[in-house]
Design a binder for this molecule. Structure first.
Ligand code: DNO
Length: 359
């Protein structure tokens, strides 16, 4: 596996490349251009600048999270062809700079959703959390206020202010869209871009829905094993792959994460691993706990063992972290707890590897 760390760029991340490089075992950055509006081609010059910055810091840039998909593609509007062409051009541009994997999602309107970005735990750390009762009661536009007021002044990935400004209009465009139509639209998108992926040797890795069930009456299609199976069958190519996010899929206890890793990993379809833990309450609500198995509901040893057993050589990153030690940065994306996460994952990996040799 290749250990990586998500970074939001020199102007929008309080964590520096130098700090990231000092985390033991770190090899690369998971990067993106956050100032290019969704749907536009990513300019060569900006990609070149990002690549150089990362490499000058002694790290690699081979994976992008995310090149987001324009809503017209998800809805299936006639304008989608133009956006699919733009997406293909972005793939070509990224390939020129050595990008190997692109993570994306296919969630209507909202990317990942939480109801509290700073829930205080008994030890006074704060975590991202999700309460279904809150989501059921509030107008989705109110979610924006929650996000704005508790994001420590940072923008949040997937919640771009320009897009969110047209929220009501966006919702009306999605009206009546079913899961099946969303699958059809994903297939149309994949059929449009996979030939370019093959030509450029860039793999796509769809990110699961977070949480993995429909919210605000919008359909979601990357929720469980059956969905993942259907997705990889839409275009049967290794270039049509997965980002296996343990925390997203794991929010539904029916999703057996080690089983999913073994199954889709053996098929060579997992290109990117997001590994984190969550603590699921009795009513199904959840908090994003520390990565440690005993702090959450997922068994991180079993998850890392599954990756080890399939001989995983892809990219991996710790996922969201808690806010600890007085850090006040982008919720979920501080330095300290994610660095602890990396060290823990590396420790598990080393131990599992050595145990396998002893046997
Ligand atoms: C949240 C992330 C997501 C993820 C996208 C991928 O922190 O896990 O925003 O990057 O869904 O497109």
């Amino acid at each position: 596996m290749k250990m990586t760390f998500r970074w939001f760029g020199s102007t929008d991340d309080s964590v520096t490349l130098e700090q990231i490089r000092q985390i033991p075992g770190m090899t690369g950055i998971v990067g993106a251009l956050f100032d290019v509006p969704v749907g536009e081609v990513w300019p060569i010059e900006k990609i070149a600048k990002l690549k150089k910055e990362v490499e000058d810091a002694g790290l690699e840039l081979e994976i992008i999270e995310s090149v987001n998909i324009h809503d017209d593609i998800k809805i299936g509007l006639p304008t989608r062809d133009k956006y699919i062409e733009n997406y293909s051009q972005t793939i070509r541009n990224l390939a020129q700079y050595g990008i190997k994997v692109i993570c994306y999602n296919f969630m209507p309107v909202f990317d990942w959703t939480r109801t509290n970005l700073a829930k205080e735990l008994a030890d006074k750390s704060t975590v991202l959390s999700y309460e279904q009762g809150v989501v059921d009661k509030i107008d989705p536009t109110a979610m924006l206020e929650t996000f704005k007021s508790s994001a420590n002044g940072f923008s949040l990935p997937g919640w771009e202010p320009e897009r969110m400004a047209t929220l009501k209009e966006l919702f009306s465009k999605y009206e009546g869209l079913t899961e099946d139509t969303l699958f059809d639209n994903l297939k149309y998108f994949l059929e449009g871009v996979i030939p370019t992926c093959i030509e450029c040797d860039v793999k796509l890795a769809i990110h699961p829905d977070d949480p993995p069930w429909p919210i605000f009456g919008l359909p979601r299609i990357v929720k469980n094993e059956a969905d993942l199976e259907r997705i990889i069958g839409l275009v049967d190519s290794p270039y049509n792959g997965l980002t296996l996010c343990s925390g997203c899929l794991g929010a539904n206890p029916a999703n057996d994460i080690p089983k999913l890793i073994r199954r889709f990993g053996a098929m060579g379809r997992i290109h990117f691993a997001h590994v984190r833990n969550i603590y699921i309450h009795e009513n199904g609500d959840f908090d994003e706990s520390s990565h440690l198995s005993c702090d959450g509901s997922l068994d991180l040893f079993e998850i890392m063992k599954a990756y080890h057993d399939i001989g995983f050589t892809g990219y991996i990153r710790p996922d969201h972290g808690r806010m600890i030690w007085g850090e006040k940065v982008r919720p979920g994306y501080g330095l300290y707890d994610r660095a602890l996460g990396v060290t823990y994952l590396n420790g598990l990996w080393e131990a599992i590897g050595k145990m396998a040799q002893v046997k």
